[in-house]
Structures are given as structure tokens and as C-alpha cells.
Design a protein around this ligand. Structure first.
Ligand SMILES: Nc1ccn([C@H]2C[C@H](O)[C@@H](COP(=O)(O)OP(=O)(O)OP(=O)(O)O)O2)c(=O)n1
Length: 121
């Protein structure tokens, strides 16, 4: 599409791919000499920690309506940040383990569809 390429597209946050995010995370770690900390186990633990932070947002609230209509914008922003932390550590973990996460996820969706055929439900 006209003019929407590479980093220009990435800056807008639109249509960013898992591979783009993976590359940005690698650059982030390299620039800080943090690659030594990004082992599979450390990344897994960091991700689980972020899942805990994500869970805290919903803790004690009871069930909440889809779209979170009654939430403050600042709470939604916080939710977006915690969701992102989980996603980013997951992407980094997959990358460090040599797993193409986009490819693996697409294949898993196909597998799920064959395990749970729509006509049975
Ligand atoms: N060694 C590290 C530390 C951080 N990050 C990145 C991935 C996450 O997106 C984010 C996590 O940063 P924090 O550990 O500061 O966690 P929070 O942003 O949740 O801050 P806080 O725990 O203070 O709420 O930074 C990283 O890639 N590698």
C-alpha cells in the first residue's frame, strides 16, 4: 500500500507483525547488553510474572462486560500495557527457542479446527 512500508508502518502501530515485534525486542536487548538475561527460563518466568500483573487488574472485580464499557481510559491503558508485556515476553521466548510463533499459531488453529469440527457444535 502506498507509502506504508517498513519502520514507517511500524511507528503507527498498525499491522505490525510478530516478526517485526521480535526484531524490535532483539534490538532492545542488544542495545542494553541484556541478551545474557534473555534465556528461555528467565523469559518464561518474566512472562508468568506479567500474567500475574495482568490478573491483578481483574482481581476482585467480578465478571466484567465485553469491551469494558465502565472502565476509566487510564485503566484500559494499563490493561493494554500488561497485555503487551505478556505478548512481548511470549514472542521473545519463542524467538530465543527458535520457534516461528506466527507459523506455529497458524498451524495450531488448523489443528484445533480438525479436533473440534464446527458441524459438531
Ligand atoms: N530484562 C528485561 C526487562 C524488561 N524487558 C521489557 C519487556 C517488557 O515489555 C517490559 C517489562 O518491564 P518491567 O520489568 O519494568 O515491568 P513493568 O513494565 O510491568 O513495570 P512494573 O513491574 O514496575 O509495573 O520491559 C525486557 O525485555 N527485558
Amino acid at each position: 500500500m502506498g507509502g506504508q512500508q517498513g519502520d514507517e508502518r511500524d511507528e503507527s502501530g498498525m499491522d505490525i507483525s510478530l516478526k517485526d515485534l521480535s526484531r524490535k525486542l532483539e534490538e532492545f536487548a542488544k542495545a542494553r547488553d541484556w541478551e545474557k538475561y534473555h534465556s528461555p527460563r528467565n523469559l518464561l518466568l518474566a512472562m508468568v510474572g506479567e500474567v500475574g500483573e495482568l490478573s491483578e487488574i481483574f482481581q476482585w472485580k467480578g465478571e466484567v462486560a465485553r469491551g469494558l464499557p465502565n472502565w476509566e481510559e487510564s485503566d484500559k491503558e494499563h490493561l493494554g500495557e500488561e497485555l503487551s508485556d505478556v505478548l512481548l515476553y511470549l514472542i521473545r521466548l519463542a524467538d530465543i527457542c527458535g520457534i516461528d510463533l506466527g507459523d506455529a499459531a497458524a498451524k495450531k488453529i488448523v489443528k484445533n479446527a480438525s479436533k473440534y469440527p464446527a458441524k459438531l457444535f
